[in-house]
Design a binder for this molecule. Structure first.
Ligand SMILES: Cc1ncc(COP(=O)(O)O)c(C=O)c1O
Length: 470
């Protein structure tokens, strides 16, 4: 295993980046990162960020094309957050939510409930998207058991969409099990039932949009006729399955899901961890379909993408299922040390206050229209682009190794990683998901930076795919 930093030039003096890099190589284990690849190149080390740029220790700027893992909303070092954060640090940085409350979380909640649909009036806080998803799993399964009766007792299983991603703890892996990532856990994880979304029929089986819709709805109906009574909750990423490769499905499918959940008495749990806070052109993606969630999961952008805080919003009726005398055994025994942390809650409160001004989403929608035109003009016509899937700022660029046909690049060619490197050399940070290049700009990114993001991505795709194919 070679993990020695490659020096820039012949200099005997190590730069600050090289020093940091050596310590990183010697001691840090990065998530979702193959160390042999990590050690092969000098990594980008971020020392500070401002606006929509990340800066390395030498002061080089890189446009943040994936909003720091789909989180950042208003840009980095935004003055409203810096001011509120400084004040909060001086007052209270951490205190617990277990048997205690604090003012930032209460003020954050007041804003959150005013932004959410009225029926989602009760908020449970956590510290990451995954731990909020786990909370939602537990709330639903426990709620049905605490309801008791024949019906409640039967509801012990979960349903989710094929290709779903809901996080990385074992409960979340159970509803988002993927062989590629989780094969080694096959015998250890309780897997949910799965149904296939319209895009699977469209992309993999070549069905038309309407055939794909018909097939997926009939698969779902058939499944629920057999198994509906045993299903406690149906977990969905609304309209866009992000980590699967930005797969977009039509609002009509989500509407069908809602009506079938009502028919079979199943909690509809909408996971807006990735889609929430403006990325799709609405504050929440499920609003586009005009449906109601029973439980709504939020993370990432809740704090403007600055600190770890997440939440599950639910109907009061669900909360009441856990209310009773201590001896009744209804208490929800679930939580994390840093759940609802005060500093993170203060950032969330600032973020929510910015969303209360309708100008924010109006501006975002205008930029989405311009961004869409850029994708149409600069990316879609490229030979190496099979299709561009997009909802708002959430963008997946499916590559092809043979122009004009559906033909993924071989994984050992590492085309995605090479495109990311070529973009980085041009001052833009993006990430691949297998054969897909993902763009996810912050919703406040100005037009000139959106243009740079799209143009650099197009140039990097052209350069790498062109040389790999020759
Ligand atoms: C839809 C969805 N749910 C849950 C998660 C997990 O969130 P976190 O990484 O904050 O645990 C993610 C992360 O990308 C996600 O996309």
């Amino acid at each position: 295993m070679s993990n020695t930093v490659k020096k820039a030039g012949n200099s005997l003096i190590q730069s600050r980046s090289e020093n940091l890099c050596q310590i990183d190589f010697d001691h840090i284990w990065h998530p979702f990162t193959q160390s042999s690849q990590w050690f092969a190149d000098h990594p980008l080390i971020v020392e500070r960020a401002e606006g929509f740029y990340l800066y390395d220790p030498e002061g080089r700027g890189y446009l943040d094309g994936v909003s720091s893992l789909w989180c950042n909303v208003h840009g980095h070092s935004h003055p409203a957050f810096t001011k509120a954060g400084k004040e909060q640090v001086e007052n209270l940085v951490h205190s617990t939510m277990l048997g205690l409350s604090h003012s930032p979380i209460i003020e954050c909640t007041e804003r959150l409930v005013s932004l959410l649909p009225a029926h989602l009036s009760r908020i449970f806080y956590s510290d990451s998207g995954t731990s909020a998803v786990e909370a939602a799993i537990r709330i639903s399964l426990e709620w049905w058991q605490k309801q008791g009766g024949e019906k409640g007792k039967q509801k012990t299983k979960l349903l989710s969409l094929a290709g779903a991603y809901h996080g990385d703890t074992l409960g979340a892996v159970g509803i988002g099990f993927l062989d590629f990532f989780h094969k080694a856990l096959n015998k250890s994880v309780v897997q949910s039932h799965r149904v296939r979304t319209p895009h699977i029929f469209r992309f993999e089986q070549g069905c038309s949009e309407s055939e794909a819709m018909e097939q997926s709805v009939s698969e779902l109906k058939e499944f629920l006729l057999q198994e509906g009574d045993s299903i406690a909750a149906f977990f969905v990423e609304p309209l866009v399955q992000g980590a699967a490769g930005i797969w977009v499905y039509p609002p009509e499918y989500l509407k069908e899901i809602e009506s079938l959940c009502r028919k079979h008495d199943i909690h509809l749990i909408i996971d807006e961890v990735a889609t929430g806070f403006g990325k799709t052109g609405q504050i929440f993606a499920h609003q586009i379909a005009g449906i109601e969630a029973d439980l709504l999961v939020m993370g990432k952008g809740l704090s403007g993408g600055l600190l770890a805080i997440s939440a599950v919003a639910c109907r009061e009726e669900i909360f009441k299922g856990f209310h009773g005398k201590p001896s009744e055994g209804k208490t929800f025994f679930y939580g994390q040390t840093f759940a609802g942390n005060p500093l993170a809650a203060r950032f969330a409160e600032v973020n929510l206050s910015l969303f209360q001004d309708s100008a924010l989403m109006e501006g975002a929608r205008e930029r989405i229209a311009k961004y869409t035109a850029l994708l149409d003009r600069r990316l879609k016509p490229l030979d190496w682009v099979d299709e561009v899937r997009q909802l708002g700022f959430m963008t997946g660029i499916e590559l092809t190794s043979k122009p004009g046909s559906r033909s993924a690049w071989k994984s050992d060619q590492q085309v995605g990683a090479k495109i990311v490197k070529a973009a980085r050399d041009r001052g833009v940070f993006i990430r691949p998901l297998g054969n897909v290049i993902v763009l996810m700009p912050a919703i406040a990114m100005p037009e000139e930076d959106l243009e740079k993001l799209v143009q650099v991505t197009a140039d990097a795709i052209d350069e790498v795919c062109g040389s790999e194919s020759s």
